[in-house]
Design a protein around this ligand. Structure first.
Ligand code: WT7
Length: 704
């Protein structure tokens, strides 16, 4: 019986999760924040953990909400009556644009709100004061309202690069209660079109072009593709608004479509000096949608709230990013991801910080660029990802030493960081002085879930740290049994309780919301007690005896590339748009810089010739459908896919081969002979290579 079940499980669990190939790190020594940092920090009282402990939940989160200016104070901090659709600060009314802009005018009118750094180094930095921001947000809000007829609750898709006009547009939407859906600028027109359809946006806001690695890219062309894709799927985009990269000059070779396309700067002339009263929004109305990849093909529109979200990002920006109004804060993420929404735009601006935006590639024109920017602008808080850290370290290990900047604290986010890279970040970038926070969270979460409190907790390279105040994790095994702290075993990390930054639902698909995040460990479907609804994050994790959590990576078939989730199914369906492709399987491959990169295995239709041109065509198809970020590093055309007897592709076997590991037991396959053929094709003849070591496959899950 047990043996039969074991075999069945092996056949069922066909995918190698990222966690399984996560590198096993040894325990690292602790690092401590210095007295200079502690002396000025916002959060130094260790009693915060007690204040945010379970006995004070949910009222503890008042502390965050009270950082905001409410039009009307709420009557119910947490309403659980429609579990697991939690409601925060019910009865409260608030406007996000008023909190990020208007309320700072009195004290900070002439202080820089945004410093925008163009990629070409000879173009000057653009300074936008809070007064400028106020003017521009009001004028844009008037345009959206009067030219586009947009109102509270409507959705708008924004497909823009890293320019100051992006936060201006977001804040203008927020002023009106219009729900924005920002699509990462690097995503393709088709990916943008699919998100327009899902959110039913009538208006698309884009830009003519932008600089990337020294080239002015045509971005407007993507709008035409997006609108066409939307039209093909039955959604009409009535208006396309186009910002200009160079003022009063249209910089794209793609022509405007009369009656549909409008240049924003032309329209804005009509709205010069316009003022728009911020719409007082119920705390629980949505602020924005942010699409993220899930384990089925269709991206999920994560719906974030107004009051709870802003409270959470403001609180965590203040206490974990340690933002003061006098700081110059630079988060080098893209606003097209959740990190940029929460920790470039909303959190820092709600605190009246000066937030830095950089248009281009961090290593352009050389790996000293970020440090020159930091020196020139006086940046004192820096926030980036392991993938950027690895790239900067590789290309310019000594560059930071050449520049006079001083960081008081720094953040890493997006994927687990290798202790080696962490130490370079600490010693060289931070000069052994800056406190580092390794913040673990997800698009769905609004803000940090785990991190050290920078002036209170020691740092441990490779571990995200303890849970955030008011966040109560639990690690379960597959059967739903708790794996206690210090057990030395990995499992599925869940959060037991709701928190204000948590997303409200998947846009248009509440059943999928419950199914994806709660069904697995729910204790009672009809319960309105939050204790019965642990949130399943989809990451593997180990909880060390000292209370520090180490994240091992995704347990589903989602690949984390350079800190961003890509659905393997999305990539596979993109491959299948090539008519000659019969089957496609995507696997994550460990990459020294990007963390993970996708590699695809392809079986062609009978009679089709496998050659370089075909590989190129498949790679290009992925780029067209999703974007460059998803482009497979290698396309491997194989004679046949390894399959279970029930016909499922054994991705685990393919992933092992790609990662130069032993592929394990394949006796239950329908076609075991093909595995060795593929291995020789990928790894070459000779014995099985085990570069990554057998430890690696044991990191998590069924092999543990
Ligand atoms: C996934 C979420 C919200 C940040 C941007 C990515 C991984 C994120 C860490 C970290 C280890 C991390 C997880 C998570 N991740 N931060 N500090 N240490 N892993 O957002 O695209 O929604 O991806 O990124 O696997 O589930 P995302």
């Amino acid at each position: 019986m047990a043996e039969a079940r074991g075999r069945e499980m092996r056949e069922e669990e066909v995918r190698l999760s990222e966690a399984e190939i996560a590198v096993h790190w040894k325990e690292e020594a602790l690092y401590y924040p210095g007295p200079k940092f502690i002396g000025q920090a916002n959060l130094t009282d260790p009693a915060v953990t007690e204040r945010f402990s379970e006995k004070n939940f949910p009222e503890c989160f008042r502390e965050y909400a009270d950082l905001l200016t409410w039009d009307k104070y709420w009557h119910t901090t947490l309403d659980t009556s429609k579990a697991p659709f939690w409601k925060w600060f019910v009865g409260g009314r608030i406007n996000v644009s008023k909190n990020c802009v208007d309320r700072h005018l009195e004290k900070h009118r002439n202080k820089a709100a945004i410093l925008w750094v163009p990629e070409p180094e000879d173009e000057p930095t653009v300074v936008i004061t809070f007064q400028d921001l106020y003017n521009r947000v009001n004028e844009m809000a008037a345009l959206l309202r009067d030219h586009c007829g947009l109102k509270k609750g409507d959705r708008v898709t924004i497909h823009m690069p890293m320019v100051a006009e992006l936060p201006v547009t977001m804040l203008a939407c927020a002023r009106l209660g219009v729900i924005h859906s920002v699509v990462f600028g690097g995503f393709s027109g088709e990916a943008c079109g699919a998100r327009i359809v899902d959110s039913a946006s009538r208006v698309l806001i884009t830009m003519d072009g932008y600089y990337r690695s020294g080239k002015l890219l045509d971005h407007k062309v993507n709008a035409d593709i997006a609108v066409k894709k939307a039209a093909d799927e039955g959604t009409t985009v009535e208006k396309v608004l186009i910002w200009q990269r160079h003022r009063d000059k249209y910089s794209s070779p793609t022509p405007l479509v009369a009656g549909r396309d409008f240049v924003v700067n032309d329209l804005l002339k009509t709205f010069a000096g316009a003022r728009v009263e911020p719409v007082s929004m119920p705390a629980e109305d949505p602020l924005f949608l942010m699409y993220t990849s899930g384990s089925t093909g269709k991206p999920k529109g994560c719906q974030h709230s107004t009051g709870g979200y802003l409270a959470y990002v403001t609180g965590t920006s203040k206490y974990i990013q340690d933002i003061h109004t006098t700081d110059v804060y630079w988060c080098m993420a893209d606003i097209g991801w959740i990190t940029g929404h929460s920790y470039i735009v909303y959190g820092p601006l709600a605190l009246a910080a000066t937030t830095v935006m950089y248009e281009g590639v961090p290593t352009y024109p050389d790996a000293g660029r970020p440090w020159r920017i930091a020196e020139r602008l006086g940046v004192n808080i820096f926030h980036t990802s392991p993938t950027a850290i690895r790239a900067l370290r590789k290309l310019g290990p000594d560059e930071p030493k050449k520049y006079h900047y001083s960081f008081k604290c720094m953040t890493t986010v997006g994927e687990p960081i290798e202790p080696e890279a962490w130490k370079w970040y600490y010693d060289v970038v931070g000069r052994g002085e800056a406190a580092i926070t390794d913040t673990w969270w997800q698009t769905e979460n609004g803000g940090f879930l785990c991190s050290t409190k920078p002036a209170i907790d020691a740092m441990k390279p490779g571990s995200t740290g303890p849970p955030m105040p008011g966040i109560y994790p639990i690690i379960y095994d597959e059967q739903g049994k708790e794996i206690p702290v210090g057990a030395g075993k990995a499992g599925n990390i869940c959060i037991r309780n709701p928190w204000p930054g948590m997303f409200q639902t998947i846009w248009g698909d509440p059943d999928r919301f419950v199914k994806t995040y709660y069904a697995k460990y729910n204790k009672n479907k009809t319960s309105t007690d939050w204790h019965d609804w642990p949130y399943f994050a989809g990451d593997g994790a180990v909880w060390a005896p000292d209370g520090y959590i180490r994240i091992l990576g995704r347990v589903d078939d989602v690949i984390n590339v350079a800190g961003h989730r890509l659905g393997t199914k999305e990539i596979e369906s993109a491959c299948l748009t090539v008519p000659e492709v019969a089957e496609a399987a995507v696997v994550p491959v460990v990459d020294p810089e990007k963390g993970r990169v996708p590699e695809v295995y392809i079986a062609l239709k009978p009679g089709v010739k496998a050659d370089k041109a075909m590989e190129e065509k498949i790679g290009k198809a992925v780029e067209t459908v999703i974007g460059k970020i998803a482009r497979p590093r290698t396309v491997r055309i194989v004679p046949d896919m390894p399959k279970t007897r029930s016909g499922k592709i054994m991705r685990r076997v393919l992933a092992s081969i790609s990662n130069r590991m032993d592929y394990g037991d394949i006796t239950t396959l329908a076609n075991p002979e093909v595995v060795e053929q593929i291995r020789v094709q990928v790894q070459g003849a000779g014995p099985v290579q085990k570069q990554a070591g057998p430890e690696d496959i044991k990191a998590f899950g069924k092999d543990a």
